[in-house]
Design a protein around this ligand. Structure first.
Ligand SMILES: [Zn+2]
Length: 338
């Protein structure tokens, strides 16, 4: 009895020591940004920052009602993205820009919230998808994604989701405009996903009925929350699974005007419970079917999933710099992708 108790205590001590060590190592790793090249100045802005600001303000405005899936505001947001894709002259797949889908959502909140059904059917969800043909390898596709849906109204309060994820959606529109004007070697798909907040449903629907063959899908670059950062850092996850992505990322970070940190892609038992973002947003749906991903985002902030995630709290300088970094990464990956 005494021995087994001692053994249990020893095991506990080892586990605690391993977690603590893992945490120290991960904190150190996350503290070091990818190197910037002091000799090289940032490239001249390529994205239309003013347009991005206006798009974000529009999507986060009260008339969109928080853009919940299968609501008038959510439909309006899908329409804004689809009509912009049309204005930009993006190509669409056979079904057009809007890809409808439906699903059943099960909510455990039904257990403690009155008037909340356990299963809810969403019959009018819609992804918005357009693409730009590559000029050297048009049969290989890179998917740039951002979810446009958010939480809608909860107890009569609007959750505007300015950072989450009007920021990513607006950046996606600006990047699409640039890529349309300067096509890359590979084809680039721009996918604005619905129903991320209900369990990554839009991205799952997309990967389950791809408009091209699975082996033609080479990479997902997902953007979710790049409008502000409490500590000024932009994070990118996914390199741990695909180390070849480090080179293009490093090349892009050299000229970034915001510190870029790679990480948040190790399991929590390895990192002493530091968040693993592998399943945090739509890139997870790609990862689940074996597609490499890079996810750009920031640490959670106090306004996340709150009615206070409003457009006036967006940091324009950070937002623009982060979107430029996403574009630089896309360009560098495109150069190296075989
Ligand atoms: Zn989000």
């Amino acid at each position: 009895m005494r021995i087994s108790r001692r053994l249990r205590l020893s095991i506990l001590a080892v586990v605690v020591a391993l977690l603590a060590t893992g945490r120290i190592l991960e904190v150190r790793r996350l503290a070091v940004p990818l190197a910037r090249d002091p000799g090289v100045s940032s490239p001249a802005p390529r994205l239309d920052a003013e347009r991005m600001r206006l798009d974000l303000e529009t999507l986060a405005s009260p008339r969109f009602g928080g853009r919940a899936t299968d609501t008038p505001g959510g439909g309006m947001a899908a329409q804004v993205v689809a009509s912009r894709f049309a204005d930009l002259g993006l190509a669409s797949f056979s079904s057009g820009f809007v890809h409808p889908f439906s699903f059943e959502h099960r909510s455990i909140r039904a257990l403690w919230r009155r008037n909340r059904p356990f299963t809810e059917t969403f019959s009018d969800a819609r992804n918005v998808v357009g693409w730009v043909r590559g000029n050297a390898a048009p049969d290989s596709f890179i998917v740039v994604s951002a979810h446009f849906d958010h939480l809608g109204r909860i107890r009569d309060e609007i959750y505007p989701g300015a950072d989450d994820n009007a920021s990513g959606t607006s950046a996606l529109l600006a990047i699409a405009a640039w890529v349309k004007a300067h096509p890359l070697a590979h084809s680039v798909v721009f996918a604005a996903f619905d129903a991320e907040e209900l369990g990554l449903r839009g991205s799952r629907a997309f990967v389950q009925s791809l408009p091209f063959r699975r082996d033609q899908l080479r990479l997902n670059v997902n953007v979710d929350m790049i409008g502000r950062s409490d500590d000024g850092r932009l994070f990118v996850s996914g390199v741990r699974y695909t180390p070849e992505l480090l080179a293009p990322l490093e090349a892009a970070a050299k000229t970034a005007s915001v510190p870029v940190h790679a990480g948040h892609d190790r399991p929590m038992w390895m990192t002493g419970l530091i968040d693993d973002w592998t399943a945090a947003s739509d890139h997870s749906s790609f990862h689940d079917v074996g597609v490499p991903f890079l996810y750009f985002g920031v640490e959670d902030h106090a306004d996340m999933h709150q009615p206070t995630d409003t457009a006036d709290r967006i940091d324009q300088r950070f937002f623009t710099a982060a979107a430029e970094m996403v574009l630089s990464t896309l360009i560098e990956v495109d150069k190296r992708l075989q």
